[in-house]
Ligand binder design. Sequence first.
Ligand SMILES: Cc1cc2nc3c(=O)[nH]c(=O)nc-3n(C[C@H](O)[C@H](O)[C@H](O)COP(=O)(O)OP(=O)(O)OC[C@H]3O[C@@H](n4cnc5c(N)ncnc54)[C@H](O)[C@@H]3O)c2cc1C
Length: 388
Amino acid sequence: MTILDKLQQRKDWSEDERIVLDQIQRVANDVIKSNAKEFDRTAEFPWANVKALNELGMNSIFIPDAYGGSLMSYRVYLECVSIISEACAATGIIYATNFHAMKPLIDFGSEEQKKRFLPRIAGGGLASLAITEPGAGSDATGMKTRFTPDGDDIIIDGGKNFITSGDVADLIFLFGKWSEIDDPKGAISVLVLEKGTKAFSVLRKEDKLGHRASSTVTLSFDGCRVSRTNLMGEPGDGLKILLASLNKSRPSVAAHALGIARAAFNDMITYTNDRVQSSKRIIDFQGNQFTIADLSTELALTENWLDYVGRLVDAGEQDFGIEASTAKMRASDLAMRMSIEAVQMHGGYGYCKDYRAERLMRDAKITQIWEGTNQVHRQLIGRSFRFK
Ligand SMILES: Cc1cc2nc3c(=O)[nH]c(=O)nc-3n(C[C@H](O)[C@H](O)[C@H](O)COP(=O)(O)OP(=O)(O)OC[C@H]3O[C@@H](n4cnc5c(N)ncnc54)[C@H](O)[C@@H]3O)c2cc1C
């Protein structure tokens, strides 16, 4: 048994958690992994994979029981994201985005809002989180989408780009600025936009390097009217909600990146044990063993760090932003490095589509860019060591 197998085996899951993890592993192997290549080729939205996840009720594991869910620990959720992403990164990010968009609603929504919205997602709906705009990427406070109060309604004008699942989502957790507040940060507010709302349209779908089956779209709002009852908290509460929700979504994107890293590592080990050159398996060459040693060590340490962050969240810790940044940066850098090395170990075959190493390399790149680019995370982590 390898150190990575032992690491998995020694994780102290409860019996219920083990059942859920075994079920998701089975569906990942039998359905999601088998579909992944074709969805990547066609860039079609992976409805069959989403259906398979919904048959297991996977959204319900992050939604409290009172709102139609069957809440489990954050650690279990993170492990599920890794398992799904190992099988298909595009399906993994679609699933994780449901969590990213709904967790702030769970943490900050009113009782009435939670009762109205959460059962839809618990029952298998898709959700989207809309922050980014053409002029507001790493600095989200530059957003221009405008929320103007009008009696019992709010009128939305503006647009968002790069929104995962924005064209298929049942609910969009949408950030904008309150027209009556002048302060550029203090004006940030957030509301829930429901599918089918008028004067809201999808302008464009991106043709991407990786995650091809996950849709990434540009949204436009032109006098789009929603009820004021869809506003989270008070006007101006958005920045607080945004920062708190990023802390929970960053370990989640780390888990997604780790899934890609695991897939690349496993493929590399299978191939190097199988491929023979100069009458030797290529794993028997010392140079390749050094690479495998470095990468397996990185994988083990990153898995453990993420597990540590998961435990902090489950214990109710509030101050874990830098720990979350560390997990995101480390896991995504590892996914990129691991997938490049996996292609390299496959030689010329790694460059061709018969093996999935090339897809993993394409899928890995975005993990260093979204949910805060790794330059931004390095800045946050470095800055945290400044003397006050
Ligand atoms: C496939 C995909 C899916 C996405 N899904 C979503 C989604 O569902 N919802 C959503 O809201 N957004 C989403 N995004 C947007 C994503 O989060 C942004 O692309 C990301 O935050 C970077 O913003 P930007 O692209 O505008 O780059 P910019 O912010 O313009 O950055 C350009 C470069 O400058 C660097 N840079 C910028 N600021 C700093 C700084 N302070 N210090 C050092 N370097 C800096 C960056 O690191 C980067 O290398 C998605 C993007 C993609 C491509």
